[in-house]
Design a protein around this ligand. Sequence first.
Ligand code: NAD
Length: 502
Amino acid sequence: MNTVQHFVNGKIWAGNSGRIADVFNPALGTATAKVALASAADVSDVVAVAKAAQVRWGAQPPAKRATVMFAFRDLLLRHIDELAPLLSREHGKTLADAKGEIARGIEVVEFVCGIPHLLKGEYSEQVASQVDSFSIRQPLGVVAGITPFNFPAMVPLWMYPVSLACGNAFILKPSEKAPSVVMRIAELLHEAGLPAGVFNVVNGDKEAVDAILDHADIDAVSFVGSTAIGQYIYSRGTANGKRVQALCGAKNHLVVMPDADMEKVVDALIGSAYGSAGERCMAISVAVPVGDETADRLIEVLAPRVEALKVAPFDDPASDMGPVISRQSLDRILNYITEGESAGAKLVVDGRWVKLQGYEEGFFLGGCLFDNVTSDMSIYKDEIFGPVLSVLRAKSYDEAVGIINAHEYGNGTSIFTRDGDTARDFFTRVRIGMVGVNVPIPVPVAYHSFGGWKRSLFGDHHIHGMEGVRFNTRLKTMTTRWPSGIKEGAVFNFHAGSDTKG
Ligand code: NAD
């Protein structure tokens, strides 16, 4: 069985921990590979490599760093058909989904191809008599990324292209559940011309993460994952003096106004609630129809579409969604469904019957739809991270906004309406980081920034876009006085010890 190791100093490295874990194919429900788990000493070795490599890389002109990103973009595009199955085999998502996430990641690489422009500073002439002031952005040093299983390629790509282009060295600690695709991408990045040691992949679990959080030579940590872990990463990382951004869990609502086009709403919900088996931080997990009549129409059109979803392994071209990531995750979701039923919610579509021939041990679950959900139920309060959509009926638009604003998470939300006033009021009042109007998953493009509010993000910066550039650089501001003492016939001597007086 193949063991996924680490990628350090431009090559595969076994590390010295001797610890390994299983990597599953969730469609089969069996382990199909192993992954090395780094020790604190392994992490320390990698930090030393990264720190040494950063010195020259950070001193390169930004335009030189951009040439690596241009070549990297090209290689990713050429290898997308090879990368997608590597990703899907461990995650379970369809090939179309895998290609989609790689394509979104490539957009970040495209964004940083313009890094010379993005790093341009500000200059103020004559802030006082003969005094000028200017600001520049310099690299931080060594930055680490800790990423979740659900976007094994895209979420790391939100981080390291920006960080590298800004002149940092980067250490990526991917999810131990889906580690293979980043290892291949690391090779492509080096083929693109990145010097050895500037980008490194350390596989591991809590031991590696804690070593990253405690290492004095790591300047900043980007984290994406669940809220409980993100809050821990933020507290421990910042207590150690690091800059930390932690993008976390979510519960995303889609408001359906009475004037919305119901076919479009249902199309949007099918993709955003059930795509990738609901394992997206921007998945819509709550629909909030306004008025009982809207709610009844929604259920009538939506229920048969949820029943018709085809659940199948990633390499079945007809698959709408694959399995969830693990047995533990499946059990957790099943538990929520039981809790929802006993709390009095109506299970309109029950996906628990799904069984696939030849994949009896796979972690499959069909689409589930709950109606009459209330805000005190665990299926509403918690992030389920599976193909389960709750319908929470609101009596009025104001009640819908109040429900969303009262939720502890604030990642994304959307409203479907034909009324401009309502849409404008919605995106003004709602306390959420990313807002859509007639768009189901309002994920910002790479040159805007991605991030939630409330307990969906700890830290001050959103990720990629200009927020990513700010997170990955330190601002330095100079104030200079050059007395205008140039006299006619002045002679300047540049010998050591001489002054410049004519
Ligand atoms: P997770 O929190 O379990 O794992 C994320 C990372 O943290 C992994 O690399 C993992 O190895 C590490 N980790 C896990 N337990 C740890 C511990 N006890 N101590 C230190 N490190 C630990 O998340 P996941 O299950 O891989 O991913 C799903 C979660 O990620 C969901 O909550 C989802 O909403 C969230 N997510 C958020 C965003 C966003 O942008 N807000 C994007 C994608 C996913």
